[in-house]
Ligand binder design. Structure first.
Ligand code: FPP
Length: 249
């Protein structure tokens, strides 16, 4: 039951990650920010490998936020190039390891080649079953929620839906994450204690884990530490401990 110090029977189904600190990591080394992003790819690999190994079913990585478009032009274009390059390079590994790729966000706003390569990889890996890697690209939660509201308003306007039809479940089906379970655990690196417009609806009951490690230094053992920490916590969903233990019996 116990492996690596973790309880295999209580692995979170979905872990979301805010990969932060690439810029600071590079600055500490007197290098350019893109050098930090390039070195962040190793941490991406480590995270995906260990998550699949221990049986996590979904990993969502915040790779590029809507706000990131405001970064210097050369950083944005280098990041886009890095994304295309990494997706192309890693697709073989995704296939070999039975991992499907998905993406959430305003994908149409991505550069054409980036969008095209992303769609190709999503299509190619779509039947893979072991785990799903979700990339949040040009994503922000406020954008996603606004989008859902507009879509629902349109349906009501067209009389295809009434306001009574708007339930939590129905609302969630208009988000990018429809068909993806909510994350039980959200990890953020680099010592920042913020959510930064990431999965605001979906993390309503998630456990939050913050580490000082800068993203390029994040390794498999850091992921395991986060899981171990998660497993020590009691998730109550607004219930009392007594109610929870009665439910378990
Ligand atoms: C945040 O660090 C990191 C990003 C905005 C980009 C992360 C992207 C990668 C690691 C490439 C990953 C590739 C794939 C395929 C997922 P920051 O720049 O905000 O760091 P700072 O806060 O120290 O400035």
């Amino acid at each position: 039951m116990i492996d690596n110090g973790i309880d295999k029977s209580r692995i979170p189904k979905h872990v979301a990650v805010i990969m932060d600190g690439n810029g600071r990591w590079a600055k500490q080394k007197g290098k350019s920010r893109i050098f930090g992003h390039k070195n962040g790819v190793r941490a991406v690999r480590d995270t995906i490998e260990i998550a699949a190994e221990i049986g996590v079913k979904f990993v969502t990585l915040y790779a590029f936020s809507t706000e990131n478009w405001n970064r210097p032009k050369d950083e944005v274009s280098s990041l886009m190039e890095l994304l295309v390059f990494t997706i192309n390079k890693e697709i073989k590994t995704l296939m070999e390891n039975d991992i499907a790729l998905q993406a959430i966000g305003d994908l149409k706003s991505l550069p054409k080649n980036c969008y095209r390569e992303l769609m190709k990889a999503i299509e190619k890996t779509s039947s893979n079953k072991r785990m799903t890697l979700v990339l949040a690209l040009s994503y922000s939660s406020k954008w996603e929620i606004m989008n859902a509201v507009k879509e629902i308003a349109k349906q009501v306007e067209l009389k295809k839906m009434t306001t009574e039809d708007i339930t939590e479940e129905n609302f969630a089906s208009y988000l990018c994450t429809t068909n993806i379970p909510d994350p039980e655990l959200l990890i953020r690196t680099s010592g920042e204690h913020r959510i930064s417009n990431f999965l605001l609806w979906q993390i309503a009951y998630s456990e939050l884990y913050f580490t000082e490690k800068l993203w390029p230094d994040f390794r498999k053992e850091d992921f395991i530490t986060a899981i171990t920490d998660f497993q020590k916590r009691e998730r109550r969903f607004g219930k009392t401990s007594e109610q929870l233990s009665n439910m378990m019996q």
